[in-house]
Design a protein around this ligand. Structure first.
Ligand SMILES: NC(=O)c1ccc[n+]([C@@H]2O[C@H](COP(=O)([O-])OP(=O)(O)OC[C@H]3O[C@@H](n4cnc5c(N)ncnc54)[C@H](OP(=O)(O)O)[C@@H]3O)[C@@H](O)[C@H]2O)c1
Length: 213
């Protein structure tokens, strides 16, 4: 059985769907039974757990062959102290993994998560990687750079001005082909060394990097 955190969201839902398609047992986690209902109807077991509740997470992770771990978003304008929010979630998840004795973990990390500081919200994902690496578990960190869906909020601006406005360094030579959030599920289920579940027939075209510990 595989546990998926953030299961009602963009990447989590895609992971759940792919695992179910591959005939795997899935436990989908979220904060409310009502929003999890669709996943239950699709064939997943469901469990309600606040992402900061280590006891509830420990119970939800118990018996898992592998866990897909993501830090639920609570973007800076909504959060008085975003790094503290991320840290609370990371500590609760790591405690839950330890108490449940989980052996395999895939994290949704980010470009820049190798850096300790200077990367804004990505610092929380650095912490996630570091804390999970200290557990005695097989780990794959998906270092996604940018998701295509980030552009949806800019549709009107792009239509009006014909440009994408984003906080990137214009001097940088970095080129990127952002994957869709649903591509995360393919890496999750097909990463060869530390995969969460056996791969389906499709291969990944996702350019996100995966690092393993
Ligand atoms: N966007 C990028 O370019 C990028 C790049 C690299 C990494 N990432 C990572 O991707 C993550 C987002 O992944 P996603 O798109 O799959 O997430 P998402 O769909 O936005 O959200 C996942 C789930 O989080 C829960 N949630 C929403 N707001 C919350 C809050 N304030 N507190 C607690 N839980 C909340 C909701 O589930 P319930 O209501 O069911 O609990 C939601 O379905 C980011 O946090 C970041 O770590 C993003």
């Amino acid at each position: 059985m595989f546990v998926v955190t953030g299961a009602t969201g963009r990447t989590g839902r895609a992971v759940v769907d792919e695992l179910l398609r591959n005939g795997r047992e899935v436990r989908a986690l979220g904060r409310s039974a009502r929003t999890l209902e669709q996943l239950r109807a699709a064939g997943a077991d469901t469990a309600v757990a606040e992402p900061t509740d280590r006891s509830a997470l420990g119970r939800a992770f118990r018996g898992a062959e592998g866990v897909y771990l993501m830090i639920q978003p609570n973007y800076i304008p909504d959060s008085q102290d975003f790094p503290a929010h991320q840290a609370r979630i990371v500590e609760a998840m790591v405690a839950g993994l330890s108490s449940a004795g989980v052996r395999r973990v895939v994290t949704l990390s980010s470009w820049g998560a190798d850096k300790e500081s200077g990367t804004g919200p990505v610092v929380g994902l650095h912490r996630l990687e570091q804390r999970v690496n200290r557990l005695n578990v097989s780990t794959t960190h998906l270092r996604a750079g940018y998701f295509m869906e980030n552009l949806i909020g800019q549709v009107e601006h792009i239509r009006a001005h014909g440009v994408i406005a984003a906080p990137f360094d214009g001097r940088s030579q970095c080129r990127s082909s952002p994957p869709r959030t649903s591509d995360a599920q393919r890496l999750n289920t097909s990463s060869r060394r530390h995969r969460l579940a056996p791969a389906g027939r499709r291969s990944s075209s996702c350019r996100a990097s995966a690092t393993s510990a």
